[in-house]
Design a protein. Structure first.
Lengths: 229, 229
DNA sequence: CCAAAAGTGTTGAGAGTACACCCATGG
DNA sequence: CCATGGGTGTACTCTCAACACTTTTGG
């Protein structure tokens, strides 16, 4: 990338905070930097915006190149502009977040996978630049968002169980929820549909599988609601 | 400003959407451009970020210089990056919103006031660049925000009446609200305090005056709530 | 048959909604 | 004394919150 510096806008970059949900925890996707500064450190996937390129396209491009993650809806979370955030010269970066379902992607397809890894949010290594700040802002936005919009569709497998969805909410909200009230509330919104299948994987009593009703899900996301338990 | 081009970052600017509430309508503060491109047109107050300057500081500086409005909390609403939004070269702009109480400011103190004016949101003239888009985004954010956070403190006079506050909500939400239910709801949150004074200005029955309880107001803003009537 | 997680209903309290009349003032 | 907007209360409905036992499976 750096060998094409003349193609890029040298003072504007993008960074992506990709959240995934697996093993009952929230995880963030990090890549090992292969260029200076901070080569060798784990960092958010990011890079400079090219001349003639839209910011969102830059974020998608960078993400695909560095991690193999494609077709993701990236949401802007703000500009990070501390004067010395980039040590060599002044760079403004536009932060983005996305939620994805880890199982849908083979990370960095075809390239060395050791350089791309999921990290549980409580075990994120020290990050270069202001990347810790960016992750913190992304997480805060996610926590606010969950109260007013449905989540899960982007981050859970296509078929999922209610206990899975509940754990996702618990992880994001950071508190335990009452099983019965959670089910009642979620089901009353009708954005998920029960299937006639059960989850085989569990070694306990199998749970019923559900899928998202994408139309109703998107409508609720537009309209907003209130989730308080 | 343009005679100091060497001091500025030529591809990053800020623009401010300043909402005020007066004469029972939402208004936006516009300035008449005195430089090319689009000299002579009404536009959002905005300008380039200087080298070594933070974005938020740039927004505050530009706003103070162009309109006389100071001491305002500006909130970032996103980056606008269409390729041809600025006709001469590529410029990314960071949009900001603020709510202010018009009566608190003498516009462009000491300078020609004809160049700074409030426009009711339904009577905004054609704007240059992508400024209409920026206003639209700002308005949309305001409409979402009002459902989850209290508003009024920033945009109403220090002493105000309940009917005034209700009209503000009606204007922002775009619908009529029931008087009794509005009062019940607002008063039950305890972020405003009744005074023992009445509003003399009205030519009808005078209404009681209230003030905001700043602490409770800020706490509610942090915590969020749900406003549905 | 035991351990572990899934599934299921009811009740009481509090908030939301709908709705109509009297009051204070200026002209 | 009249026109205009300010101010007030109640009853019904619905949603929220708290809470415990039975069911299904694998080992």
């Amino acid at each position: 990338m750096s060998h094409k510096l003349r193609e890029v806008i040298r003072n504007i970059s993008v960074d992506c905070v990709i959240f995934g949900y697996e093993h009952s925890t929230l995880e963030v996707l990090l890549v090992k930097r292969d260029v200076e500064p901070y080569a060798g450190m784990w960092a958010l996937p990011g890079g400079f915006v090219k001349k003639g390129e839209r910011i969102e396209d830059a974020a998608k491009r960078v993400l695909a190149q560095m991690t193999g993650v494609t077709d993701t809806y990236l949401e802007e979370i703000g500009v990070f502009d501390e004067l010395d955030r980039y040590p060599l010269w002044r760079v403004f970066t536009v932060g983005h977040v996305a939620l994805i379902s880890p199982e849908h992607y083979s990370l960095h397809a075809g390239v060395d996978t050791r350089d791309v890894q999921w990290f549980p949010i409580e075990k994120i290594p020290p990050l270069p630049f202001d990347h810790s700040k960016i992750v913190a802002v992304a997480l805060e936005k996610l926590r606010k968002r969950v109260r007013y919009q449905p989540i899960g569709f982007e981050i859970l497998p296509e078929k999922f169980t209610l206990p899975q969805l509940q754990r996702l909410y618990e992880v994001v909200l950071g508190k335990k929820l009452d099983k019965r009230n959670f089910r009642k509330k979620i089901l009353s919104m009708h954005f998920i549909q029960k299937l006639n299948e059960k989850d085989k994987n569990g070694i306990r009593r199998p749970a019923y599988l559900y899928t998202f009703d994408k139309k109703k899900y998107e409508k609720l996301k537009e309209k907003g609601f209130v989730f308080e338990l």
